[in-house]
Design a protein around this ligand. Structure first.
Ligand code: UD1
Length: 417
């Protein structure tokens, strides 16, 4: 159990560099199993979800070498083994072993994935997709055995453009005979990142980043090289921090097109920033306006920035409304925000009201999930006095070197076990 302690209300200045995207990296690492022998993945973030994933890679006999922020993965001696529940429940992304092991061996045995408790998070779209490709899925008490003598490419329609299902079916389709077409695919940047890696290995993929993706099954794959895109959610989190406490705070590693929904919302509520090349500069805004936000799939406002944004809106003038359309349990952070002095009301399962501006005061709080933890971290940074965040492991799952980065720009923040 670790605890983050923050003495708040410090001006933040200097430069912070954004790490590689968690949700890309957690798919790229299992995807390396499909490569002929070795893969190199650059710009891998230093987060605990990656460590959990590498435990599974090592169980499957992959050799992992770390070089600064790169990973060299040698999968030439891979062995297909059942993945024990205690490993698969450590993170959501363990579900990507379904797609890759099915493509490579035609068999996988794994448990229902873990991840933050922000809703039911079913994986029925993944399973339906595997079945449409010809796999047999047996589920006994959360344990999935998926087998296929031969996967056959097919046109598949997704009832919802799920990020995880799009990547998982893309991975499985590599091992299928013929062409797979995913209709109503997710268009998040992470999908483009994974597709580029597979293309680099020699797979023919068209349309990644659009609603229709076409994958040609390929048996002869090459070695793979790729770079993890900068994390758009980490970028957004530091931009929000800059809007609350920055003095010409520079955030390096910005891809504007990945965070357009956030940037436009910030402009709408009076927050100014400047972007030059890949660096965004932002200062504290003293007159933030209230707003209405609805979380949507990309390119809509990302659900993963909803909780950090809630903290920002506690400082906005007037009443804001957030409508969360992706998850049914993503307002748990508001309990502690209110204990710090915020005024938020959960109006219904997916609607939150925030009244501002309210001065926040440091106190003892508990992170209940990754982005909820980030919301409390931001609250601690703007609060008067000391905030102690228990269960801060959640935050470390998705924010690389968060303490070092915040300290380097002037925050008074420590972590203790
Ligand atoms: C991924 C991200 C997560 C992010 C989310 C939405 C990873 C490892 N995690 O999660 O950080 O919050 O995208 O941007 O990349 N759904 C179903 N059935 C399915 C799959 C999904 O009903 O088979 C529903 C989910 O319950 C949820 C919505 O679809 O309501 C979005 O899920 P999805 O896009 O699949 O997100 P995750 O892969 O869980």
């Amino acid at each position: 159990m670790s605890k983050i302690i923050i003495n708040g209300n410090k001006e933040l200045t200097g430069e912070v560099k954004i790490s590689g995207a968690k949700n890309s990296a957690v798919a790229l690492i299992p995807a390396a199993i499909l490569a002929r022998n070795k893969s190199i993945i650059y710009n891998v973030p230093e987060i605990s979800d990656i460590d959990y994933l590498l435990n599974i890679m090592e169980l499957l006999n992959c050799k992992i070498e770390h070089k600064n922020d790169s990973l060299i993965i040698d999968s030439s001696n891979i062995i297909n083994k059942p993945i024990p529940e205690e490993l698969s429940v450590q993170m959501r992304a363990s579900y990507y072993f379904m797609g890759v092991l099915l493509a490579k061996f035609g068999k996988v045995e794994i448990s229902f994935p873990g991840g933050c408790n922000i809703g039911a998070r079913p994986i029925d779209i993944h399973i339906k997709g595997f079945e449409e490709l010809g796999a047999k899925v047996e589920i006994v008490k959360n344990r999935y055995t998926i087998t296929a003598e031969e996967l056959k490419g097919k046109k598949i329609y997704f009832d919802f453009p799920s990020v995880g299902a799009t990547i998982n079916i893309m991975l499985a389709a590599v091992g299928a005979k013929g062409t797979t077409i995913i209709e109503n695919a997710a268009t998040e940047p992470e999908i483009v990142n994974v597709a580029s890696f597979l293309i680099n290995m020699g797979v023919k993929i068209r349309g990644a980043g659009t609603k229709t993706i076409e994958i040609e099954g390929t048996k002869e794959l090459d070695n793979g090289v790729c770079e993890v895109f900068p994390d758009r959610i980490e970028s957004g989190t530091y931009i929000i921090i800059g809007a609350l406490l920055g003095k010409d705070l520079k955030i390096k590693g910005i891809i504007k097109e990945h965070i357009e929904a956030l940037l436009m919302k910030l402009e709408e509520i009076g927050i100014k920033y400047k972007i030059e090349n890949d660096t965004l500069t932002i200062s504290k805004c003293d007159n933030i306006k209230s707003t209405y936000i609805k979380t949507l799939v990309f390119p809509g406002f990302p659900t993963d920035l909803q909780q950090p944004m809630t903290t920002l809106l506690t400082q906005a003038h007037g009443k804001s409304i957030i409508e969360e359309t992706l998850y049914e349990n993503r307002f748990k952070n508001t309990y502690d925000l209110n204990r710090m002095g915020a005024v938020t009301n959960v109006l219904s399962l997916n609607k939150l009201e925030i009244k501002g501006p309210r001065k926040l005061k440091g106190t003892k709080v508990i992170a209940t999930d990754l982005r909820g933890g980030a919301s409390l971290l931001i609250a601690g940074l703007i609060a008067e006095g000391t905030t102690e965040i228990e269960n801060s492991e959640y935050i470390l799952r998705g924010y690389g070197n968060v303490i070092g980065k915040l300290k380097s720009i002037g925050a008074d923040v420590e972590i203790c076990e």
